[in-house]
Design a protein around this ligand. Structure first.
Ligand code: ADP
Ligand code: RBF
Ligand code: MG
Length: 379
């Protein structure tokens, strides 16, 4: 029994979704709908995202027209929306870890099919803005090439067929519930990477749920492991944020020995959307005090179940006083782990101290240490 279970974990190819899994289509769609709905005196609140992720273009359009009670037919909505969307396709960014994943699979000769509910033509256009992506896929298939879109298994069955694989040998990677259902109905293994926060409970039929592609462990599925982790950290494209230190939650995290210097979330709203929740590290600069090692969490702090996504940087230095109001500059250079919940405050604190150790050691590695001299930190 256990033998067949472990054998079942072996995949020889990957069927991967596009929108919400490899690229952040929702960001661009949200921007367009926000403006478009104004025309009808309606306000896009993003809540519909929940209902449209993973749907075919027609289903998504129908949902919006119905939910907002728009005085137009679905066709009419589409004929207005589509040109707006087309004009913005070049602005759709790849999601963190997407480029790394598909290049890794390609580099190891793992066949990958791009299998999307979007139309074949749109898929081609969207990926054309990402250099080298087209070459990473042995097969590309859209919902207009099969009888039914996801949650029907058609797309994945056809993708497996074109790869000459049994669906049981395929690993599906999907962000949406309809996509996960389609994968299970096709008889594949499914890793879910939910694109909307706090939705993990909807993905119970997936074989594994991960927080972002940064947490993908191909070896869990018999695929070649990533080799870019160094000293328990994953290098990322460095990003920079800064601003005056403001009052945080006032939970007395200093009492826990873990003071976190908060920046105003309004000043980095875009970065907050762009970066998956999790524990990261880098360098922190305070103009009159110097540059310090730093470890931080991004997210909702599941232990406290916050309603707002925040960044919580802990400077790895003993300060004799607070520095509220001072300009804080951060360069984030690496990733450690996803956010987690803990059974007790003690276990949360212990884990954060482990993160501190990981960050302190890693930041001495030349590839991370070099950012200590970045002019952004002291300018
Ligand atoms: P808050 O709720 O305002 O975030 P904390 O208890 O987390 O309160 O304390 C954070 C404050 O402590 C920071 O804004 C800063 O002024 C101060 N501080 C002192 N030492 C550190 C440190 N090593 N890292 C971050 N902040 C520190
Ligand atoms: N909160 C969580 O609920 N889960 C975590 O996994 C978590 N990891 C953290 C890692 C680091 C390095 C830091 C600085 C904070 C982390 N926190 C986490 C946030 C912590 O709950 C919060 O910063 C303090 O309680 C202050 O609000
Ligand atoms: Mg999707």
């Amino acid at each position: 029994m256990s033998m067949s279970n472990s054998l079942k974990k072996f995949s020889s190819c990957v069927l991967i979704d596009l929108d919400g899994t490899l690229i952040n289509t929702d960001g661009v769609v949200g921007d367009i709908l926000r403006k478009y709905l104004c025309k009808y005196g309606k306000q896009w609140d993003g809540r519909e995202s929940l209902k449209i992720v993973g749907k075919t273009p027609l289903e998504a359009a129908t949902t919006i027209v119905e939910d907002y009670g728009l005085p137009c037919a679905v066709d009419e909505f589409n004929s207005e929306f589509y040109p707006l969307f087309s004009a913005q396709m070049d602005k759709i960014k790849s999601l963190p870890g997407a480029n790394r994943l598909i290049r890794h699979l390609k580099g190891h000769g793992v066949p990958v099919a791009l299998a999307s509910n979007s139309s074949r033509a749109n898929i081609e256009t969207k990926i054309s803005y990402h250099e080298g992506w087209k070459e990473c896929f042995s097969v590309i298939i859209g919902s207009d090439e099969v009888p039914k879109g996801k949650p029907s298994p058609d797309i994945f069955l056809e993708a497996a067929k074109r790869l000459n694989k049994d669906p049981a040998d395929c690993l599906v990677i999907e962000d949406s519930v309809p996509g996960v259902m389609a994968g299970k109905a096709a008889g594949t293994k499914v890793v879910a990477v939910p694109s909307l926060p706090k939705q993990t409970h909807l993905y119970t039929s997936a074989d594994e749920v991960i927080n972002s592609l940064l947490d993908m462990k191909p070896e869990n599925w018999g695929l070649p492991p990533f080799q870019d982790w160094i000293e328990n950290t994953l290098p990322i494209d460095p990003w920079r944020i800064g601003g005056p230190v403001i009052k945080g939650f006032g939970r007395g995290s200093k009492v826990l020995g873990i003071p976190t210097a908060n920046l105003s979330t309004k000043d980095y709203a875009e970065e907050l959307v762009e970066h998956p929740s999790g524990v990261y590290f880098g360098w922190a600069g305070l103009p009159t005090r110097g540059v310090f090692k730093m470890v931080m969490s991004i997210g909702w702090n599941p232990y406290f179940n916050n309603t707002e996504k925040t960044i919580e940087p802990w400077l790895l230095h003993d300060f004799t006083e607070d520095f509220y109001g001072e300009e804080l500059r951060l360069i984030i250079v690496g990733y450690i782990r996803p956010e987690a919940n803990f059974p007790s405050l003690e276990s949360l604190i212990a884990k954060i101290h482990e993160d501190k150790e990981v960050a302190e050691i890693a930041l001495d590695l030349p590839s991370y240490a070099k950012f200590k001299d970045d002019p952004y930190l002291t300018k």
